[in-house]
Write a protein that binds this ligand. Structure first.
Ligand code: SAH
Ligand code: F3S
Length: 462
């Protein structure tokens, strides 16, 4: 009897980096839940701690070191505590991590995720340390088919459609940490989307490093736009997003889908990295400035209210003032809704490191980044402001973090909107009038007169 009511062992996962890492953390959690573990948000309570790392830019080793410093006392108090380092930095540093950090029991790359329960059990039984960083580049790679829905009955979910990347952009470590590109079978993707929809998910984001090339290596796989169209056909799914998409594999089929398929959100994250052809060439991007601008034009023709975002790197080796100006002028030409911008940081194994010197001084990188961000800030503010007074469709995701009487959700263009309203609207599409643009989000009120009444001077959905 005692066994039945014993508290389950607990797992704590700390996640860094991109949406793929977030999804991976969810999958690791689900896999261990299947073995009787329960999630905790307190490292102090945990029997297993996983640090799911990112090595795309920052200094991942320092982050791991400082976290392990915090967990040292926990391990001393509980020698059975298992500490693992997972994700892209684990894949990059491999055995070096075990050598450098005696506290670490498990070093596991992204490809080993399906084996996590077995690896943990093995460490428990043998009390030995484990390294799982072999890469699986097989086309029958075993994607984890478990549905991952964030706690609290999520309205939105990520769905993995692809792993790895076959491009070798010269600055990028991802092809080394995540391996060759493999597409997940369309049947599995659709099956997962159906199961998510049954659990109340209304919006899915299809995830891959280079989603436009989905299926290209498999003769029997649909093209990416056909996959998106099939996902749109799943009952209950109201909205579809995807990331990341690269300009050179973007074809007419997807542009056409923006014209025809209203469930495809009016949002496109299309990384450009730089505005000068000479830089794009050194970065080994397979598009020119003119080709990129043409794509933007065609996308906007297909979907006039499309919101666009991008990634920019400043200070890539050899970047001249003139090249930097061209990035600024590209931002001006496109007028993105928002951008992610980064200072170049040399990454191990990449071609940029072996071929070029990191020769743009830190102060110059800093100034160029500030110039880019200052210019974009003005455009982003204008774009946000342009929503005021307009009617939009908001997919309500849950109560607002600031005020539980309020709800928050997103419009297709990806902006967060908060509005007063009742919890029963979570998971529904609500017609909203935007009243205000505040920092990086919008606020408004529901338009349905029959569901709205004034209470204490404030709009409340009954
Ligand atoms: N296709 C991937 C790209 C991953 S990296 C995806 O799913 O998003 C995300 C962004 O980080 C890149 O688009 C690039 O702008 C930036 N980045 C990658 N390597 C970098 C480096 N070495 N230095 C600075 N920024 C980098
Ligand atoms: Fe990286 Fe380029 Fe692939 S940015 S993930 S190598 S498309």
């Amino acid at each position: 009897m005692a066994d039945l009511i014993a508290t389950p062992p607990r797992i704590f996962i700390q996640t860094f980096g991109c949406q793929m890492n977030e999804l991976d953390s969810g999958k690791m959690l689900r896999l261990l839940e299947g073995d009787g573990y329960a999630a905790t948000d307190q490292a102090d309570d945990a029997d297993v701690i996983l640090i799911n790392t990112c090595s795309v830019r920052e200094k991942p080793e320092q982050k791991v070191r400082s976290l392990l410093g915090r967990y040292k006392g926990l391990k001393e108090a509980n020698p059975d505590l298992i500490i693992g380092v997972t994700g892209c930095y684990a894949q990059q540093a491999k055995g070096e991590l075990l050598r450098r950090f005696p506290l670490v029991d498990l070093v596991m790359g992204p490809d080993a995720i399906p084996r996590l329960p077995a690896l943990v059990m093995d460490i428990q039984h043998s009390r030995s340390r484990s390294l799982a960083t072999e890469q699986l580049d097989r086309q029958d790679y075993p994607f984890v088919n478990d549905v991952v829905v964030a706690q609290g009955g999520s309205v939105t979910a990520f769905v993995n459609i692809q792993k790895g990347c076959d491009n070798l952009c010269s600055f990028c470590i991802v092809p080394f940490t995540r391996g060759r590109e493999v597409s997940r079978s369309a049947d599995d993707v659709l099956d997962e989307v159906r199961r998510l929809a049954e659990r109340g998910v209304r919006e899915v984001t299809l995830l891959g490093q280079n989603v436009n090339s989905y299926g290209l290596k498999k003769s029997d796989a649909p093209a990416f736009h056909d996959l998106v169209a099939a996902v749109a056909g799943v009952q209950g799914i109201a909205r579809i997003r995807f990331t990341t998409s690269n300009p050179w594999d973007l074809d007419e089929g997807l542009i056409q889908l923006y014209r025809d398929q209203q469930k495809l959100a009016s949002y496109f994250h299309l990384p450009v990295q730089a505005g000068a052809d000479s830089m794009l060439l050194r970065m080994r991007r397979k598009h020119t400035r003119a080709e990129y601008l043409l794509l933007v034009e065609r996308l906007r023709q297909a979907r006039p209210d499309l919101a666009l975002s991008t990634d920019i790197i400043v200070g890539f080796p050899g970047e001249t003032e003139e090249e930097h100006e061209q990035t600024l002028s590209l931002l001006e030409a496109v007028r993105y809704d928002f951008i992610y911008s980064f200072k170049y940081s040399p990454r191990p194994d990449t071609q940029a490191v072996s071929k070029y010197e990191d020769d743009v001084p830190g102060a110059v990188k800093k100034r160029r980044l500030a110039e880019i961000q200052d210019m974009q800030r003005l455009v982003t503010d204008e774009r946000l402001q342009s929503w005021v007074g307009r009617d939009v469709e908001v997919l309500i995701e849950g109560p607002s973090k600031r005020d539980p009487q309020w709800l928050s959700g997103r419009i297709g263009q990806n902006w967060m909107v908060s509005l007063p309203g009742a919890a029963r609207l979570v998971g529904t599409l609500v017609d909203v009038r935007i009243d205000e643009a505040v920092s990086n989000s919008l606020s408004g009120h529901a338009n349905h007169r029959d569901t709205v009444a004034r209470a204490g001077g404030r709009l409340t959905v009954l």
